[in-house]
Ligand binder design. Structure first.
Ligand code: FES
Ligand SMILES: [Fe+2]
Length: 377
């Protein structure tokens, strides 16, 4: 059986990234600069940043404070005072008025734009230029109701490969967080992404998911990956007959979002991959978000959220945790697989992976990581 030229399968078996990419402090430090200090990083739903509060957020190796002003506007700054560097926001969330006041010597900055407004008890001499001592800004972007931040002044496009219109038929701006699951994984952030990028592990690791999505049970993510596939092969449904969404029973937890096309409804799931920090899965009845936050070469924080229409959340007896239970089973299986993979890579015998043709997406990810780590022109 031949690989069709339009199939995403690789036509060779390339080597993966070297061992140091998963274990080395130096490699990790370079990634924090070249990838995590440059790209847009997802920090959650804008609606979850309550007006009148500021919140600490970790962005790669940096601590950032996100200010949501009472009027709903958003600003973000490095969480470091321009006097002697103290942190500004100490708790996870703090109340916010018009000023961000440093807890050390009370310098005050305008929350809207970071301007230095007051040096409190200190009386500077004439050589001190107030305008040079505003808070260091962090770039902001909002897409589909999600808030993204970047430490770069001029970040690359948010979605290099995915049309920005992908979720336009979902009422994204209205959705509210109904359930959150947070866990620290003992693996490199790339180990989690690699596991996300292939389905060779699905038959062995995900019995429930393979029952829901029969093609996964064949170790592939879509029919075009199968050997012998041709573009004129009849399309098959993603979900098993009768299933509408990723829930324990397969039944949707709410009426399908009214704006979806027939094809979007039939697909059962629409993935949007946002390297390096998140992916979104839009179902007919809810949307799921998974965010990754690298903590060290071998630790990664994972935050998963389930977003629903407000009227779904308000329905008497509605249980968001029950809806989340199906994807949580899958997520826990993936987390265990990523940790198992990471443990094995600590073996002194491990030098680099050897990728299979079905692992084309991992290969693409590796090429992306390597290209990002090249010095930028
Ligand atoms: S370090 Fe912030 S006011 Fe002194
Ligand atoms: Fe998986």
């Amino acid at each position: 059986m031949q690989r069709h030229p339009l199939s995403p399968r690789l036509d060779h078996c390339p080597e993966g990234l070297p061992r140091a990419a998963y274990l080395g402090e130096e490699w990790f430090g370079r990634e924090m600069v070249t990838i995590f200090a440059r790209h847009w990083l997802m920090v959650g739903r804008l609606a979850d940043f309550t007006p009148g509060t500021m919140r600490r957020v970790r962005l790669g190796a940096a601590e950032v404070v996100v200010c949501r002003l009472a009027d709903g506007s958003v600003s973000a700054f490095h969480n470091s005072c321009r006097h002697r560097g103290s942190e500004l926001c100490r708790a996870a969330v703090e109340p916010l008025g018009k000023l961000v006041t440093c807890p050390y010597h009370a310098w005050a900055f305008a929350a809207a734009d970071g301007r230095l407004v007051s040096t409190a008890h200190a009386v500077p001499t004439d050589d001190f230029r107030r305008n040079d001592h505003g808070l260091k800004k962090v770039s902001i972007k909002i897409w589909s109701g999600f808030l993204f931040l970047s430490l770069a002044a001029d970040p690359p496009p948010l979605l290099a490969d995915v049309p920005l219109t992908t979720l336009d038929n979902w009422p994204m701006a209205e959705l509210q967080t109904g359930h959150r699951h947070e866990v620290e994984l003992a693996c490199n952030w790339k180990t989690f992404w690699e596991n996300y990028s292939e389905c060779l592990h699905c038959p062995g690791i995900h019995p429930e998911l393979c029952d829901m999505v029969p093609v996964y049970g064949r170790g592939i993510m879509g029919a075009s990956e199968a050997l012998g596939w041709t573009p004129d092969a009849p399309a098959t449904a993603n979900l098993r007959p009768g299933a509408e969404s990723w829930t324990l029973t397969g039944a949707a937890c709410a009426p399908a979002f009214p704006g979806l096309t027939e094809a979007e409804r039939r697909a059962g799931y629409t993935f949007v991959t946002l390297w390096p920090s998140a992916y979104v899965v839009a179902h007919v009845d809810y949307v799921r978000l998974v965010r990754l936050m690298p903590l060290s070469p071998t630790r990664t924080r994972l935050i998963a959220e389930w977003h629903f229409a407000p009227e779904t959340l308000a329905r008497p007896g509605f249980d968001a945790a029950e809806v989340a239970a199906f994807a949580k089973i899958v997520l826990n299986q993936d987390a265990a697989a990523a940790e198992m993979s990471q443990r094995g890579m600590t073996s002194p015998s491990f030098a680099a992976a050897r990728l299979m043709p079905e692992e084309y997406e991992i290969h693409r990810f590796h090429q992306w990581v390597l290209a990002e780590m090249e010095p930028q022109a």
